[in-house]
Design a protein. Sequence first.
Length: 325
Amino acid sequence: MKMRRWTVGVDFGGTNVKVGLVSRTGRVARARVLPSKKLSEPSAFVEGVSATVTSLARAVGIAPSQLRGVCVGAAGPVDAERGLVHFLVNVPGWREVPLAERLQRRLRCRCLVENDVNLFALGEWRFGAGQRARQLVCLTLGTGVGGGLLFDGELYRGASGAAGELGHMAIDPRGRRCGCGARGCLEAQVGTAAILSLGRRAIRRGAGPLRTLARQANGRLTPALIAQAARQGDPAAREIWMEVGRSLGVGLANVINLLNPDRVVIGGGVSKAWGLFSPTLIETVRAQAMGISAGAARIVRARLGDRAGIVGAAVLVWQETGSGQ
């Protein structure tokens, strides 16, 4: 069993595919980063990931078949039981792909597939900001807004594996059009595109640190740049983050009233502006959620950063192979 102490987690993102060799303590001992565009076709993904997993396994003196398992986190709906990727949100050509089966044929070890935010949630629950939480809600903020739900350490996937799509809760029926086609989704209010839209509007309306920083960046606006302007005292930039906090607060108040979690963990790239939006977020939750539920829910920032998905993938393998605790 000593040889099976290693697990490989794969985080399939829109820009990069991160592959990590994870120990039983949650340490990512070795990792590789591959450009997603080179692995955008299912066959290329299987080839590239299989080769990388093999390289990582050999680096610690074992064959891939001696791994405890491999788990891939996909940015889209999956059938975890069948190891099937229904489709990927931002990558064409992925429809009903039996990814776990294809990888298992190549690597000859247990292979799993899961939604990427569910794996983020598992990682934070086991080793990060969600430790000791019994009813855990996780949210990732970035280009999209994703959610993961864990009750007593078990993922809640729902009837068709699509539970936790918190980014598509309607919080303003007259709000911005979302990429899913509906109006007023949480993602359309606090995702990267919405934040940048607010930033461009602020620049058009007046001078200040935000306009200066955008000019210095040759017009390339990012959430990080808007956060920098807010920290430099730009009132319009600060208001953008307060609006993000209000929208998040309304959405999370609904989730808290429905599920009564004891912990809410927020991660993703946009969460780097935590100090700018979290006070308004928490204030809004306290105002909008039922007191008994709001009082039970501790809202915190994620701890594991970019490692969460890889580590969470390992946690799922341990659970599925009977060594999760």
